[in-house]
Each structure stands twice: as C-alpha cells, then as structure tokens.
Design a protein around this ligand. Structure first.
Ligand SMILES: C[S@@+](CC[C@H](N)C(=O)[O-])C[C@H]1O[C@@H](n2cnc3c(N)ncnc32)[C@H](O)[C@@H]1O
Length: 272
C-alpha cells in the first residue's frame, strides 16, 4: 500500500534542548569542525579572555584553548541539559560553563577580549539584544564574532528533508528563514550594535554519513528537525523518510554521502 502523507498537528518549530547526547549526534560532532574556522575568523591570541554565547555542549568552548593559550573561556547556554553535559566533560580549570540567557549575560562590562556565538543567533527572535550584550561584555578593541547556518542556501542536509516535506504537503512551510540568516543581515546588525571594522564571510564544512540510516537518525535526533519529525503521525513520518531516502540515495546504492554546509559568519571590533 502506498504511504500517505498527513502532517497532522506538528508542533511549532523552535530550538528546544532535550538530550545532550542526541545534540552531539545531530550537530555537536559537526560544530566541532566549524569552531576552529570561526575562531580563526574572529581572531584569538594567547592570554585572551573569551565568552562563548550559546555554548551548547561546548564545541567552541573546548576548541578555544586548543587554538591559543587563552586565559579563560566562559561558556553560557540557556539549556540546563547541555550545560550539565559540557561541565561533566570539562577538565580545564580555565573553562567555566553556566546556564544563562544570551540576552542578559551575567558578566560585567568589558570583562572579555573576545565574544563568540556559534549557531545560536538564528534561534533568538530578538537576536539584536544578544549582539548588544556581546558588545557590552567585550572591552574596547576586542572582537565580537558569530556564525549561523545558511539554512536557505547552504544547508543541503536539512533542505533535503524540509523540501521533501513541503513537496508532500504543500501547506507545510519549512522554517528556512530564521533570525540573522539572510544575506547581509549579520553585517547590518553588527553595525547597528555600534561595532566597527565589520566583515562577513562564508565558513564551509562537510558533514559525512555512513548510509541513509545514519543520515536520517542523526539528522532527526534533536533540535527543530526532531520536533518536526517526531510530531508527525507515524504514516506521514514513514512516507517522508521513504522519499528522503530516495533523494539521499539519488539512484545509487545506499552508502556514504557527504554534504557541504555553509555558515554566514560576521566579526566586528568594539570601538575605542
Ligand atoms: C544549534 S545549538 C549551538 C550550540 C553550540 N554553540 C554549537 O555550535 O554546537 C543552539 C544553542 O543555542 C542555545 N540558545 C538558544 N537561545 C538561547 C538564549 N536566548 N540564550 C542562551 N542560549 C540559547 C540553545 O540552548 C542551544 O544550545
């Protein structure tokens, strides 16, 4: 019998942290690849004090001390489960990790040399407040740098699923446009926050999967895709998976595939 697709009452799509191990599978293993690229773009020097805003399970927090002999790294995230996971992994006394909101950072003005935020601002509706907070806690002359996935034009891994769902149900609107994820939006926001020497670039990594099962189970393990797929009725989920499997395989035997993944990144300097 042909599978039918009925999305039913899927919940609204926002980032809801649920399980840190699942996050590691869906994104942490890949954001660890992105972290050194963002750090190099934002700049990092020995002795720097760094804040990682929306640190999640700690991909950038734990990478910073590998790039330079930093004085301190403070990771914050709103998700208790991710903060607990990152703290449990931490063996470096220079690293502290705490639960906090990016829009109200629990730090004094000018407490850091560098602020980074990786793959977070697209989930904050009033992201400009978070950028203003990053600027506030960085000293004059320090840098504020962030990256967000180009969910519309640079993320084939998830577009395969979103577009297939939209094809199966024309009423479904994939959440491709998110905060600060349109071309030039980061630069405008950085300038409006009073940052200077603002520059934007693309950061590109590859995500690899052993086969369709690896791709599907890891891509839907946590985050917006988990919320969407787990909210579907069983028959709709099965129909979606079957169509996506065909797109993944693309008329070749199931097996390893690699997806380029592009992030917009922006950096700016605190004047003075
Ligand atoms: C895709 S994850 C990125 C995590 C990590 N930076 C990485 O690259 O792996 C998005 C993170 O943003 C966090 N987040 C979303 N809104 C936040 C807010 N208002 N304040 C702090 N963290 C927030 C989530 O809890 C989640 O850990």
């Amino acid at each position: 019998m042909a599978a039918t697709f009925d999305p039913g009452t899927a919940p609204a799509i926002t980032f809801k942290a649920r399980n840190a191990e699942a996050y590691e599978r869906v994104m942490g293993q890949w954001s660890r690849r992105l972290a050194p690229l963002l750090i190099r773009f934002g700049g990092l020097a020995d002795g720097d004090r760094v804040v990682d805003v929306g640190c999640g399970t700690g991909s950038l927090t734990f990478t910073a001390p590998q790039v330079a002999n930093v004085a301190a790294v403070a990771g914050i995230d709103q998700a208790e489960v991710y903060v607990a996971h990152a703290r449990a992994r931490n063996t470096d006394p220079r690293i502290t990790i705490q639960q906090a909101d990016a829009r109200a950072l629990p730090f004094a003005d000018a407490a850091f040399d560098r602020a980074f935020s990786m793959l977070v601002l697209q989930f904050i509706p009033d992201a400009a407040r978070a950028v203003a907070e990053m600027r506030r806690v960085v000293r004059p002359g320090g840098t504020v740098a962030a990256a967000v996935w180009d969910a519309y034009g640079g993320m084939l891994r998830t577009r395969l699923i979103w577009d297939t769902a939209a094809m199966l149900d024309p009423a479904f609107e994939p959440p491709l446009f998110r905060s600060l994820s349109a071309p030039g939006e980061l630069v405008t926001t950085w300038r409006e926050a009073g940052l200077v020497d603002v520059e934007e670039t693309d950061l590109v990594i590859r995500m690899e999967f052993a086969d369709f099962d690896d791709y599907w189970t890891s891509s839907t393990a946590e985050g917006p895709m988990f919320q969407f797929v787990s909210g579907l009725p069983d028959s709709a989920r099965a129909a979606l998976a079957e169509r996506v499997r065909r797109a993944y395989c693309a008329n070749r035997p199931d097996g390893p595939r690699s997806f380029a993944s592009v992030a917009w990144a922006c950096r700016g300097r605190v004047p003075g």
